[in-house]
Design a protein around this ligand. Structure first.
Ligand code: ZN
Ligand code: ZN
Length: 149
């Protein structure tokens, strides 16, 4: 299996997955629909696609919850947002601007790139909108890459 590249979801799906992680447990479809001001029927279709990708399971009459893979992926999505928004504040943007701008392009940035940037930035602990966590990807993976190149 290919290593996780982090590019499997569209910007909209990334936002839904982060929302489900933040809400925790089983999240109702209507809850997601109202949080994003989207029609419930559109949400149902999008959630079916995220289910097919293996990140969430549909709980009939209750909503959706994250699978184990979905939880890991959602945590990466949060980290990606925080690393990129922090990077933008270090380049002149206000925290609010940085969060907004990062949300526009973050879904296009690979996990490998985020791991590299995290390493380059010295594994910052505090992001603009929350704590940043570190794993083997940014801590070990990159020192190995650096040693090999
Ligand atoms: Zn943010
Ligand atoms: Zn790190």
């Amino acid at each position: 299996m290919e290593p996780e590249c982090g590019l499997s979801l569209s910007a909209r799906k990334v936002e839904y997955l982060k929302f489900i992680l933040k809400t925790g447990g089983t999240v109702r479809t209507n809850e997601i629909a109202s949080a994003f001001s989207v029609d419930p029927s559109t949400i149902t279709k999008t959630l079916a696609e995220i289910t097919a990708a293996g990140y969430i399971t549909h709980v009939p009459y209750h909503g959706v919850s994250l699978t184990d893979a979905g939880k890991i992926h959602a945590e990466f999505l949060v980290k990606r947002h925080r690393i990129l928004s922090l990077m933008l504040t270090r380049n002149g943007l206000s925290p609010k601007e940085a969060c907004r701008e990062a949300s526009r392009f973050e879904s296009q940035v690979s996990k490998q790139a985020i791991d590299r940037i995290c390493h380059f930035m010295g594994h910052p602990r505090q992001g603009v909108c929350g704590e940043i966590t570190h794993d083997d990807g940014c801590l070990i993976g990159n020192t190995m890459n650096t040693a090999l190149s």
